[in-house]
Design a binder for this molecule. Structure first.
Ligand SMILES: [Zn+2]
Ligand SMILES: [Zn+2]
Length: 408
């Protein structure tokens, strides 16, 4: 899906992809980073009604992976869909093709119009959205937990209006049904607190002022000058702790991973020794492993769910050592396109995959309190052999094309 926005510097029209984090102007050549508080928000332009005379109904748009943890296995699916974030039953449950045919616009808080408040938060309430049950299917044997790991998570507003007691779809100017009191109530909950924010600014290192580098979809940018990593949080860049794994014989490419530290109430899982026991790993526990805090590893790049899950479980059970102060590698670094928050969301999936006590763990998984503490980045060197990426030390290999956004 595409977004149209006037260049903040010269006013020229710029078209970008929904997943783009940089706005690049073809006229004045400026390259600005897109800062947003929370999910990015867009609106579909109304066909004939002015924007300020329309009402905008929110839809969540999710593109990513869904993991369903059942009694016997973990199923996964790549999902690309939109879901109505408010119960206005005359409206379609999803955006359908309407959004693909049109160029969206950024819904900045300053726009004078009525944006309705979303009733459902995507991650925590997704199961309540009626369209979802059909979409994901109802597996036999039930689901203990579902994890939604988003690559794109945005809020898209679709215009509607009421004329002659009839509710109209503002994109198509098509009647949707009678506008009775129920519709009027559903449409009255305007979002009063527009604290979502949107800012375009040059991507400069807050530490040394150098240009930060990253791909068009990068969520974390690197400073090649002072060798630091930065993630946009709200309106600013926040420093991300970065570790680099040593490379034997030099890797041609470094892949980024999140290492999440958490507090899990009800499970004895604080150190690496705890994990070796709980996962029944074929290793003799060394005394120092009792002191080594357990970190949950997960890819910080988009990949196929099967590879994502394999990497989460393999690296978490290996607990590689990264050198925190190591110099930034000169080789290609794959863009970070998965948010740190997703690293925390992935933990229950990793637990279900690695721990042996499935009979007691799985039924308790959904309610298990996992408290996020910190997420740091680690870069792991890989070699390219033909079309495959190989990491000899950890015995990892997969197709280069399964890593999204890797160009070299
Ligand atoms: Zn420009
Ligand atoms: Zn710097």
């Amino acid at each position: 899906m595409q977004v149209e926005h006037p260049c903040p510097q010269c006013g020229g029209p710029v078209t970008l992809e929904e997943s783009d984090r940089f706005l690049e102007c073809g006229f004045c050549r400026v390259r600005l980073y897109i800062f947003s508080k929370g999910s990015l928000r867009y609106f579909l332009p109304p066909k004939s009604r002015p924007v300020d005379e329309s009402l905008f109904v929110p839809y969540w748009r999710f593109r990513g992976m869904v993991f369903s943890i059942g009694a016997s296995d973990i199923q996964h699916k790549v999902v690309d869909a939109s879901f109505r974030a408010r119960d206005v039953h005359s409206l379609p449950p999803s955006l359908g093709f309407r959004a693909q045919a049109l160029k969206m616009k950024f819904a900045s808080p300053e726009i004078k119009t009525a944006f309705l408040a979303p009733q459902y938060a995507l991650k925590s309430d997704l199961s309540k959205i009626d369209a979802v049950a059909d979409f994901l299917g109802k597996p036999t044997g039930g689901v203990f937990h579902r994890a939604y790991l988003g690559e794109t998570l945005s809020l898209i507003y679709a215009p509607v209006y009421i004329k002659n007691n009839t509710l109209f779809d503002g994109v198509l100017d098509k009647a949707l049904g009678a506008a009775g009191p129920e519709i009027e109530t559903a449409l009255s909950d305007r979002e009063a607190d527009r604290g979502w924010g949107l800012r375009f600014a040059s991507a400069l290192c807050p530490n040394c002022g150098w240009d930060l580098s990253g791909g068009r979809e990068s969520l974390v940018l690197f400073c090649g000058h002072c060798e630091t990593a930065w993630q946009a949080q709200g309106a600013d860049f926040k420093k991300v702790a970065l570790g680099v794994l040593p490379s034997e014989g030099g890797g041609e490419v470094y892949l980024p991973f999140w290492r999440a530290s958490v507090e899990i109430k009800g499970l004895q899982l604080e150190s690496y020794a705890d994990l070796v026991k709980a996962a029944n790993l074929p290793k003799a526990i060394r005394p120092e492993w009792h002191e080594k805090p357990l970190l949950f590893w997960s890819p910080a790049f988009k990949s196929h769910p099967k590879i994502y899950l394999r990497l989460c479980s393999q690296l978490t059970t290996l607990q590689p050592e990264a050198e925190p102060e190591a110099a930034m590698p000169k080789a290609t670094i794959c863009p970070v396109t998965v948010d740190a928050q997703e690293a925390f969301e992935s933990i229950k999936v990793t637990l279900a995959e690695t721990l042996t006590s499935k009979k007691t763990l799985l039924p308790a998984l959904d309610a298990l309190p996992v408290k996020a503490k910190a997420a740091t980045l680690a870069l792991i060197p890989f070699h390219l052999r033909g079309s495959e990426l190989i990491q000899n030390e950890f015995k990892l290999s997969f197709q280069k094309r399964s890593v999204h956004g890797l160009e070299f």
